[in-house]
Design a protein around this ligand. Structure first.
Ligand code: SAH
Ligand code: SF4
Ligand code: F3S
Length: 455
C-alpha cells in the first residue's frame, strides 16, 4: 500500500533514538510518506520517546497531548507513540492519551507498516510491545541522506544486560543484541558515499559488542570501519568502565580515524554508592583505567555521566564524587539528579534523597566542573588543532560578519570533541582544517585558520 501523505516525527532522548527516528522515517518513506517539519501539515505524528528520567517521560506525554487539538481539525490523523515510554506503558498509554492510535514498542519496528494499515482500514488502535531477538534492518539507501549532514549516528547493538539498579534501559530495550558487522559496514559505506565524514557508533556498552553471539570484537569492528573510504572520523558511545579493554585503548591510540576522545560514565565517586548501583567497578579500578588511558593517549578528551542523590547518598559520598572531578579533570560532564524509575530496583531502596538536596548537589557539581572545563580549554590556547567543519556558527560574535563582509563565522569540532568557532572565507562543511586557538571559553574555543588562504 502506498500513501501520499506527510509525516512529522518528534524525537526525545538519546542518540539511539535519533537513529531510530531515521529508521522510522525510512519505513514511512517506503510507504509513500513525505517528511514534514510542519506539524499542522502532518497526516501522521510520531513521538519517539525516552523513559530514562521522569522528566523525559513527561515531555512525551505533554507532546502527545497536542493530538487532541490536532485531531479536531484533522480527524484522520494517525498518532503514534514509539520507543522506550511506549514499551514501558503499553496499553496504559491510551489512558493518558486517548487520541493515540499506535503504541509502538522498541522492538516492533518491523511491524509498523502492518499496524498503520490496520489503523487506516478499520481505525482500530494497536499496541505492540512484543519482544524480538532479531534486529530490524532497513536498506541503507532508504535512510535518507541530507547532503549537509556530515555526521551520523549508527546503532551497532541494542539492549543492555548490565542492570544498573537505577536504570530503565534493560527493561525497555531488552536483552543485548549486536548487529551483523556486514550490515554495519554496508550502512556506513553508503553513508560515506553520500558525503558523511563522521560516524558515531552507538550501543549501551560498545565494549561488549559481538561477545554474546561470538561475532568479531569491537576493536576489530573499528578496524574495518577505519578502512571505509570517505569516513574521516569515528566516535563511539557508550563504553562501560568495567569492560574497557587495553585492546580498545590501543585502538584509540593507533587507528587514525578513531577520535582521541572517550565518554566513560562513572556515575559516582563513592564505592558504597557504586556498589548499590551495581556498576561492577570501584573508584580505584575506574581511576586505574583512566591512568592507562592517559598513559597511552596523553591528549585524550574525556567526558562522563554522573548521578547525584542516588538513594542513601551521604554528604561524604557526594564529596567523593566531587573529588573525583579534581582527580580526573574531565573536559565535560553530563550530570543528573537521580530520578526514580518504577521498573528499576533502586525505586524500592530506602533512604531516598530529598529533591531539594539533589538539586543543590547537582548545581554544586556542575559549578565545580565548570572550573575544569575552562581549564582544559585554556590549555589549548596557542595550539593548532584539526577541526571538522560542521557549518555556520549558531552563535555569532557581535558585529563580526558585518565588519568582514566576505568572511563567514563557521564552527566545527576537534577530535577531542571541543567546539571551535573560527572566521573563514572558503571553508566548506565536511572539510578538516587546521585552526590556531586564540581564546578559550567555558563551552567553546575561538581560533583562526592556521594557513590563511588555504582550506
Ligand atoms: N549505557 C550508558 C548510559 C545510558 S543512560 C552507560 O551505562 O553509561 C545515560 C545516562 O543517564 C546514564 O549514564 C546515567 O548517568 C543517567 N541515568 C540513567 N538512569 C537514570 C536515573 N534513573 N536517574 C538519573 N539519571 C539516570
Ligand atoms: Fe543502564 Fe547500566 Fe545498561 Fe547503561 S549499562 S544502559 S546505565 S543498565
Ligand atoms: Fe531514553 Fe531509551 Fe535512550 S530510555 S536514553 S531513549 S534507550
Amino acid at each position: 500500500m502506498k500513501y501520499s501523505e506527510f509525516a512529522y516525527i518528534h524525537t526525545i532522548g538519546c542518540q539511539m533514538n535519533v537513529y531510530d527516528s531515521e529508521k522510522l522515517m525510512a519505513i514511512l518513506s517506503s510507504l509513500g510518506y513525505e517528511k514534514t517539519d510542519d506539524i499542522h501539515k502532518a497526516d501522521m505524528v510520531v513521538c519517539n520517546t525516552c523513559s530514562i528520567r521522569h522528566k523525559a517521560q513527561e515531555k512525551a506525554f505533554s507532546f502527545l497531548g497536542r493530538l487532541t487539538k490536532l485531531k479536531k481539525t484533522k480527524p484522520e490523523l494517525i498518532g503514534v507513540m514509539a520507543g522506550c515510554v511506549a514499551q514501558q506503558e503499553g496499553e496504559k498509554a491510551f489512558e493518558r492519551i486517548p487520541h493515540l492510535d499506535i503504541v509502538l514498542g522498541t522492538r516492533a519496528f518491523s511491524r509498523f507498516a502492518r499496524h498503520i494499515e490496520a489503523v487506516k482500514s478499520g481505525r482500530q488502535k494497536v499496541t505492540d510491545t512484543a519482544d524480538s531477538s532479531v534486529i530490524y534492518e532497513v536498506m541503507p539507501e532508504t535512510l535518507g541522506f541530507d547532503e549537509n549532514q556530515i555526521s551520523r549516528f549508527v546503532t551497532i547493538m541494542q539492549g543492555c544486560e548490565n542492570f544498573c539498579t537505577y536504570c530503565v534501559v534493560p527493561y525497555v530495550r531488552g536483552t543485548e543484541r549486536s548487529r551483523e558487522p556486514e550490515n554495519i559496514i554496508e550502512e556506513i559505506t553508503a553513508m560515506a558515499a553520500s558525503g558523511v565524514k563522521e560516524v558515531t557508533l552507538l550501543g549501551q556498552n560498545v565494549n561488549s559488542y559481538g561477545k554474546k553471539e561470538g561475532k568479531i570484537s569491537f576493536p576489530r569492528l573499528l578496524e574495518k570501519i577505519n578502512q571505509i573510504q570517505g569516513i574521516q572520523r569515528i566516535r563511539f558511545a557508550t563504553s562501560h568502565p568495567k569492560d574497557l579493554s587495553m585492546d580498545l585503548i590501543c585502538a584509540i591510540r593507533d587507528m587514525d580515524k578513531v577520535c582521541n576522545h572517550l565518554h566513560l560514565p562513572v556515575q559516582s565517586g563513592s564505592n558504597a554508592i557504586l556498589k548499590k548501583m551495581n556498576r561492577g567497578y570501584t573508584r580505584e579500578t575506574y581511576l586505574k583505567r583512566i591512568i592507562d588511558l592517559k598513559t597511552q593517549c596523553p591528549d585524550i578528551g574525556l567526558s562522563t555521566d554522573m548521578i547525584v542523590g542516588f538513594p542513601s547518598e551521604t554528604r561524604q559520598d557526594f564529596e567523593d564524587t566531587m573529588n573525583l572531578l579534581g582527580e580526573i579533570e574531565y573536559d565535560s560532564i553530563f550530570a543528573f539528579a537521580y530520578s526514580d524509575r518504577s521498573s528499576a530496583p533502586a525505586a524500592k531502596f530506602s533512604d531516598q534523597i530529598d529533591e531539594e538536596i539533589k538539586r543543590k548537589r547537582l548545581n554544586e557539581l556542575l559549578e565545580r566542573q565548570d572550573y575544569y572545563s575552562r581549564k582544559n580549554n585554556e590549555k589549548l590556547t596557542g595550539k593548532t588543532v584539526d577541526v571538522l567543519v560542521e557549518g555556520a556558527s549558531a552563535k555569532k560574535r557581535d558585529g563580526f560578519e558585518a565588519e568582514n563582509k566576505n568572511i563567514k563565522q563557521m564552527s566545527g569540532r576537534t577530535q577531542s570533541n571541543k567546539i571551535v568557532h573560527f572566521p573563514s572565507e572558503n571553508a566548506s562543511i565536511g572539510d578538516i582544517i587546521k585552526i590556531k586557538i586564540e581564546n578559550a571559553y567555558l563551552h567553546s574555543l575561538w581560533g583562526t585558520p592556521a594557513e590563511i588562504g588555504e582550506k
